[in-house]
Design a binder for this molecule. Structure first.
Ligand code: HEC
Ligand code: HEC
Ligand code: HEC
Ligand code: HEC
Length: 347
C-alpha cells in the first residue's frame, strides 16, 4: 500500500494524540478519593485526600529519634571552647548533644567534618560552618519571632534539611529558557510548563516578585464596577502561579484558604489563610535577612543561574504537607533553638 504524505501525517497525529491522552490520564489519580468538608455546605470547601498516596507521604514525614536531654549544669560551652559565638550559654553536655543532632539532621553521611576542620574544631574555614551558625540564628528567630506562623510547633534544622545538606525544595531567580528574538523575545515569564506553578503554563518564577520582593498579591477589584483597580490579567496570572505553588507545597486545594466565590474576601476565608499571610512575610524576611545575606559565603557551585543565593519558600518546610511533619513538634526536645540564648558569662 502506498501512503500519501497526508495519510502519514494523519497517523502521526493520531499516535501523538493517544500518547498525549495517556500522559494526561496519568496525571489523574484513580478513585476512590476521600474527601473532608472544610467549610460551609454548597461552597465546594472540601479537601480531597488520596488514601494510597497519603500512606507514602506519612512514611516520608516521620521525625527521627531525639537523643536524650543532657543536664544544663557544669561549665558552659562559651567558657570551654574557643570560637562559640551563638551557643555559648549551653552546658558542654547540651552543646555536644546539639552538635550530634545537627549532624544527623543536616549531614548524617558526611559527619562532623562537613562543617569542621577535624584538626581544629574552632576554625571557621569551611563555609558550611559559617552558614550553619547563621542557620542556628535563623531557626531561633523563626521560633521566637514568627509564632504567628509556626505557633508552638516551631522548626528545627530537620524541618527543611531532612538528612541532607541542601534542602530538597529551594529556589533561585529563574531567567527562563533562552529565547529567539522578535515576537518570541518576551514570554512575559510564561507559556511553557512550569514545575514551580504546579505544572501549569503560568509564569514560571512566582518566587522573585512575591517571596523575595514584596509585590502586592492583590488583583481582585473590591467594587462591582472596574474602578480604581490597576491590576490587569497579567498580574492575576502571576498571582495564580504563586497560588498554584502554595497548593502544591501544602498538598491542599485553593479552598483550604479561600472561599472561591470571592478569593480576596478575608471575611469568607479560612483561618489558614491568615496563617499563610504571615508565612509570606516570614519567607520574605528569611530570604532577605539570612539566605541572601549569605551570598558571599556560598561557593559559586551553590549559586543560581544568575549568580543569586539559594532561597527558601513554603515547600522548603512544608514538603507537600499542610503542616510540616504533620504538625509533630521536634522543637520541644530542643529548647535552645526556641529563642536566641543569653551569652555565656565571661571566663
Ligand atoms: C552543620 C554544621 C555542623 C556540624 C555537622 C557539626 N558542627 Fe560543631 N559547630 C558548628 C557551628 C556553627 C559551631 C559554632 C557554634 C557557635 O558559634 O555558637 C560549632 C562548634 C563546635 C565546637 C566548638 C569548637 C571551638 O573550640 O570553638 C565543637 C567542639 C563542635 N562543634 C563539635 C562538633 C562535633 C563533635 C560534631 C559531630 C558530632 C559537630 N560539631 C558537627 C557546626 C557544625
Ligand atoms: C527554613 C528552612 C531551613 C532551616 C530550618 C534550616 N536550613 Fe540550613 N539551609 C536552608 C537553605 C535554603 C540552604 C541553602 C542551600 C544550599 O546550601 O545550597 C541551607 C543551607 C545550609 C547549609 C549549607 C549546606 C551546603 O552544602 O551548602 C548548612 C550547613 C545548613 N543549612 C545548616 C543548617 C542547620 C545546622 C540548621 C538548624 C540550626 C538549618 N540549616 C536549618 C534552609 C534551612
Ligand atoms: C495556604 C493558603 C492559600 C492557598 C492554598 C491558596 N491561597 Fe490564594 N491567597 C492566600 C493569601 C494569604 C492571599 C493574600 C496574600 C497577601 O495579601 O499578601 C491570597 C491571595 C489570593 C488572590 C488575590 C486576592 C485579592 O485580594 O486580589 C487570589 C486570586 C488567590 N489567592 C487565588 C487562589 C487560587 C486560585 C488558589 C488555588 C490554586 C489559591 N489562591 C490557593 C492564601 C492561599
Ligand atoms: C520555616 C518553615 C516554614 C515555612 C518556610 C512556611 N511554613 Fe507554613 N507552617 C510551618 C509550621 C511549623 C506550621 C505549623 C504551625 C502549627 O502547628 O499550627 C505551619 C503552618 C502553616 C499553615 C496552617 C495549617 C493549618 O492547617 O493550620 C498554613 C496555611 C501554612 N503554614 C502556609 C504556608 C505558606 C503559604 C508558606 C509560604 C508562603 C509557608 N507556610 C511557609 C512552617 C513553615
Amino acid at each position: 500500500m502506498k501512503l500519501g504524505i497526508g495519510t502519514a501525517l494523519g497517523w502521526v497525529a493520531i499516535a501523538a494524540g493517544s500518547l498525549l491522552t495517556i500522559a494526561m490520564l496519568s496525571r489523574f489519580e484513580r478513585p476512590p478519593i476521600d474527601s473532608v468538608q472544610a467549610g460551609f455546605r454548597g461552597t465546594g470547601m472540601v479537601e480531597n485526600v488520596n488514601p494510597r498516596l497519603l500512606a507514602a507521604l506519612q512514611a516520608a514525614n516521620v521525625i527521627p529519634a531525639s537523643l536524650p536531654a543532657l543536664p544544663a549544669a557544669g561549665p558552659k560551652a562559651g567558657q570551654v571552647y574557643k570560637n562559640v559565638q551563638v551557643l555559648g550559654g549551653l552546658s558542654v553536655g547540651e552543646f555536644t548533644r546539639l552538635m550530634a543532632s545537627i549532624t544527623t539532621w543536616v549531614a548524617p553521611t558526611q559527619g562532623c567534618a562537613y562543617c569542621h576542620n577535624p584538626a581544629n574544631m574552632a576554625d571557621d574555614s569551611r563555609y558550611t560552618k559559617v552558614v550553619a551558625r547563621r542557620m542556628i540564628q535563623m531557626v531561633q528567630h523563626v521560633n521566637a519571632d514568627w509564632t504567628a506562623h509556626v505557633k508552638e510547633t516551631g522548626v528545627t534544622c530537620y524541618t527543611c534539611h531532612r538528612g541532607q545538606p541542601v534542602p530538597s525544595r529551594i529556589w533561585f531567580n529563574d531567567p527562563g529558557p533562552p529565547r529567539a528574538g522578535g515576537y518570541t523575545e518576551s514570554s512575559f515569564g510564561m507559556t511553557h510548563a512550569s514545575a514551580a506553578a504546579g505544572d501549569s503554563a503560568l509564569p514560571y518564577d512566582p518566587f522573585t516578585p512575591f517571596l523575595q520582593n514584596a509585590d502586592a498579591i492583590r488583583v481582585q477589584g473590591t467594587t462591582a464596577l472596574p474602578a480604581g483597580n490597576g491590576m490587569g490579567i497579567r498580574d492575576a496570572e502571576w498571582t495564580y502561579s504563586l497560588m498554584m505553588y502554595f497548593s502544591d507545597s501544602l498538598g491542599v486545594n485553593c479552598t483550604y484558604c479561600h472561599n472561591t466565590r470571592s478569593f480576596g474576601d478575608w471575611s469568607q476565608s479560612t483561618p489558614q489563610r491568615v496563617t499563610a499571610w504571615h508565612g509570606i512575610r516570614m519567607v520574605r524576611d528569611l530570604n532577605e535577612n539570612y539566605l541572601m545575606k549569605l551570598h558571599d559565603v556560598f561557593p559559586p557551585n551553590r549559586l543560581g543561574p544568575t549568580g543569586d543565593a539559594p532561597k527558601l519558600a513554603c515547600a522548603t518546610c512544608h514538603q507537600g504537607v499542610y503542616k510540616p511533619l504533620f504538625g509533630v513538634s521536634m522543637l520541644q526536645g530542643f529548647p535552645e533553638l526556641a529563642h536566641p540564648l543569653q551569652p555565656a558569662a565571661a571566663k
